[in-house]
Design a protein around this ligand. Structure first.
Ligand SMILES: [Zn+2]
Length: 451
């Protein structure tokens, strides 16, 4: 076997990445005359100028300045992870998940007393460093807010990381709490906290059961309160929705109706919605029609859902555990993907690598044949949903946050792990290595199992 020579990225502030393959769905305005390959990628010369994309040219037509010939390698924008839980993450092995949703809640609650400022900073920073090295430029993270005191503590920890990592991995928080919290005395203070730290509002809609009369009156009331608080503060909303195989615990229609009666103008994102895929086809279509009317968007977290859903002792899962992804996309509704939990009480694995999440999503949704449009689930779509139209795409004037793969085709990107990818941030190569788990364990005071 021979190893191809490594690419050398110029150190200057103005250079050309010549002959790069950029998938059509990730480039806003390809230059006229650019060749396209059989997988729909344009062959482009990309001018990097002062940390931004200074120009896009058909291959061979860039200005005659410092060039590196990338020989047809794929070049993508840095990816976006719009659904994470950085405050829960990297608690393995002190937390040992049992593969159930119930265990996720109870084991996280048992771990809370260990969440000191120092502990949160170490674990959150580990997650951000992984994401940065893998080529993720922005993250939205749900902030555990079970009580107001918890919320204050966790938002402060997130805010410290938000400032420390600004410009490398941009971080936005979103409140996560049982929907009952929006009916309580602390609701206004919870909303103010999110606003104070540049965050948005959310909650878990399937914590509120139907009442004795079989209706969702209490949930509707909580949603009305949430939308009113978000509207007053000009904040978006991002909810955890229907993380269950129970067909009756189905809250998307309630959310859509609450949104429609609220007059709320912000973005509303629904995460998970896994039991949508188990509903009858007529119910799925009627729900998506209502969702379109209410201008809802969706985010799916395929990797932890495959782990958690349909898990029963001594039985192979019969259901893939993900939402009706292809129906959502066919209905013209935005669908992003997110990494979600990472090495915590909910999901014991993961590395904040959105390329890995994208590969899992493409396979579990069967979102190939054609593959066209699927890459945007980890790039343009989440960037738009978090209000960052400057990220997740290649265009003149945007920051040169890009990933350069060794692969010359989409098929190879989906086939080999691409651990040799080169990440550029503002046109400069990211050389920070992936952080080491054993060093984190020592810093957290966890005794390694072996010397
Ligand atoms: Zn989540």
């Amino acid at each position: 076997m021979s190893t191809p020579p490594a690419l050398s990225i110029p150190q200057g502030s103005r250079y050309v990445l010549a002959r790069a393959r950029v998938p059509a769905e990730l480039v806003l305005s390809p230059p006229p005359g650019a060749q396209q390959d059989s997988e729909g990628a344009h062959l482009l010369d990309v001018l990097v100028d002062q940390g931004r994309i200074g120009g896009l040219f058909p291959a061979g037509q860039a200005p005659d300045i410092a060039q590196v010939d990338v020989q047809g390698r794929h070049l993508w924008p840095a990816l976006i992870d719009m659904h994470t839980h950085l405050d829960c993450g990297h608690a393995i092995p002190r937390v040992r998940p049992d593969g159930t949703i119930h265990g996720g809640f109870s084991l996280t609650a048992e771990d809370w007393p260990r969440w000191t400022d120092h502990d949160l900073a170490l674990r959150m920073e580990f997650g951000l460093a992984c994401a940065h090295a893998h080529g993720v430029s922005a993250i939205r993270s749900h902030v555990d807010s079970e009580t107001l005191a918890h919320s204050q503590h966790h938002w402060r920890a997130l805010d410290a990381m938000r400032h420390k990592w600004a410009g490398r991995v941009d971080l936005q928080g979103v409140t996560i709490c049982a929907m009952e919290a929006w009916l309580g005395d602390d609701a206004r203070a919870l909303a103010d906290l999110a606003a104070q730290y540049g965050g948005i509002l959310g909650g878990v809609t399937d914590t509120l059961d139907r009442g004795e009369n079989g209706t969702y009156d209490r949930l509707s009331h909580a949603l009305d309160r949430l939308f009113a608080l978000a509207k007053e503060r000009g904040l978006d909303v991002d909810l955890h929705v229907d993380q269950t195989d129970d067909l009756k615990a189905f809250t998307i229609p309630e959310i859509a109706r609450a949104r429609l009666r609220s007059g709320f103008q912000g973005r509303v994102v629904l995460g998970h919605c896994v039991n949508l895929s188990l509903q009858r086809p007529e119910t799925i279509q009627a729900t998506l029609t209502l969702a379109r009317e209410a201008d809802l968007a969706f985010v799916s977290m395929p990797t932890p859902m495959m782990y958690l859903m349909d898990r029963k002792p001594n039985r192979t899962p019969r259901w893939r555990g993900v939402t009706a992804a292809n129906e959502i996309r066919a209905a013209g509704l935005p669908l992003a993907i997110g990494g979600d939990n990472c090495r915590d009480a909910w999901f014991p694995y993961g590395d904040h690598d959105m390329l890995d999440t994208l590969k899992q999503a493409i396979r579990v949704f069967q979102a190939d044949e054609p593959l066209t449009g699927s890459l945007a689930m980890a790039a343009r779509t989440p960037a738009d949903l978090i209000g960052r139209p400057d990220l997740g795409r290649i265009d003149v004037g945007l920051p040169a946050h890009v990933i350069l793969f060794s692969a010359r085709s989409l098929n190879v990107i989906l086939s080999r792990d691409q651990s040799d990818r080169i990440v550029l941030h503002h046109g400069r190569q990211v050389t920070d290595p992936l952080p080491l788990h054993n060093e984190l364990e020592v810093a957290l005071g966890l005794t390694p199992t072996m010397p």
